[in-house]
Ligand binder design. Structure first.
Ligand code: AVJ
Length: 351
């Protein structure tokens, strides 16, 4: 998801979490966009989540059109610091980001997973272009529409850069790029989208990326760092109540697309942050005993029963280093914003 402010898509690329937040679900690289979601998969996932003893929904379904718009508003919130921090890194430190990439030692493919409208990345592209690096930019996103926006923007602002958008699933796109190109790869996975994965999903995801990369290929990932727990909590419990609406919107979407009958006034948003594990979790709490009908199935919610919606994990330097090691990478550099709240970690795939 992406751009500075209108960012839904721009600043970090599409922010749809690439993966299901639930441990029990298998990993799919499916960016969360509605476009590829067939109603039956959506219905099955919803029913599965609501039938489990700890009810949950997958945050990858947050991003329908209204969800995109609400996320854009979240990014503009004073309390939601993530986008601004990563934007600062790309705006002010493109040279440091580029330095470990050996941009003058042969042609490379710069592949961005969940590129969105590419607002952040544009700073890096601009730098690379001015350095006369030999590269092409392959933004991958599930939304064909946002890729059109991105290509048009880049055609105007950076006409010299070779842009080849790839619409679809991250791993499908990567596989087809690998089949048609021998060049070394630099991957971007920004916006702390990695935070929406559980610990297990996260290592599986990184290992899977490593398996598709060659020794020496690079990966730049955006991580939100552990910090004052109040600062983290506030980012997901904003005073304007936009995050609350963002969560409730998924119930509305289920009503609309799956002909369900959630009463949106029957649920309250509740956010937690555990500074130990770094898990920031959002829940909707049933305000009373109530029954919801979805796809002909009746789901009972007890009074005060929590519905788990999303995890946004925060990382220490140690967490990040361990993740690199266990998935076959070596960290070669890190670039942070001035406050030290967000990190873009640069990893090299081991031989
Ligand atoms: C788009 C996954 C990075 O987890 O911070 C923002 C989504 N959820 N507020 C995040 C989100 C609630 C966001 N990511």
């Amino acid at each position: 998801m992406s751009g500075s402010t209108s960012q839904l898509y721009s600043v970090g690329g599409h922010s749809s979490p690439a993966i299901d937040a639930q441990p029990s679900h298998s990993i799919s690289a499916q960016p969360s966009h509605a476009v590829t979601t067939t109603p039956s998969t959506f219905l099955n996932d919803v029913l599965k989540g609501l039938s489990s003893p700890q009810k949950s929904l997958s945050s990858k379904y947050f991003y329908d059109e209204t969800g995109d718009r609400l996320f854009q508003r979240i990014m503009e919130c004073d309390d939601y610091y993530l986008t601004r921090c990563e934007m600062e890194i790309f705006r002010e430190h493109s040279a440091e980001l580029a330095q470990p990439l050996n941009i003058h030692s042969g042609a490379f493919d710069l592949i961005e997973l969940g590129a969105g409208d590419g607002t952040k990345t544009r700073h890096l592209l601009d730098y690379l272009h001015h350095q006369v690096a030999d590269f092409r930019y392959l933004p991958v996103d599930i939304s064909g529409h946002i890729l059109d926006v991105l290509s048009q923007n880049l055609a105007t602002t950076l006409p010299g850069v070779d842009v080849e958008p790839q619409q679809g699933d991250y791993f499908d796109a990567l596989a087809s790029i690998c089949q048609t190109s021998e060049r070394r790869k630099v991957l971007l996975f920004l916006g702390s989208n990695i935070g929406n994965m559980t610990v297990e999903e996260c290592s599986t995801f990184c290992q899977r990326l490593a398996s598709m990369m060659s020794p020496g290929d690079m990966l730049i990932t955006g991580f939100d760092l552990k910090k004052d727990p109040r600062t983290v909590l506030r980012a997901y419990d904003d005073s304007d109540g936009i995050t609350r609406e963002f969560n409730l919107n998924l119930l509305r979407r289920i009503n609309e697309e799956l002909q369900a009958d959630f009463d949106l006034t029957g649920f309250e948003h509740y956010q937690t942050y555990d500074p130990g594990s770094g898990a920031c979790r959002s829940y909707l709490i049933s305000q009373r005993e109530q029954t919801v009908t979805i796809g002909g199935q009746r789901i009972l919610f007890l009074r005060h029963e929590p519905l788990f919606m999303e995890v946004s994990r925060k990382f220490s330097r140690r967490d990040i280093g361990d993740l690199a090691t266990e998935s076959g990478f070596s960290q070669v550099a890190e670039v942070c914003d001035r406050k030290g709240w967000f990190m873009n970690a640069i990893w090299k795939r081991n031989a």
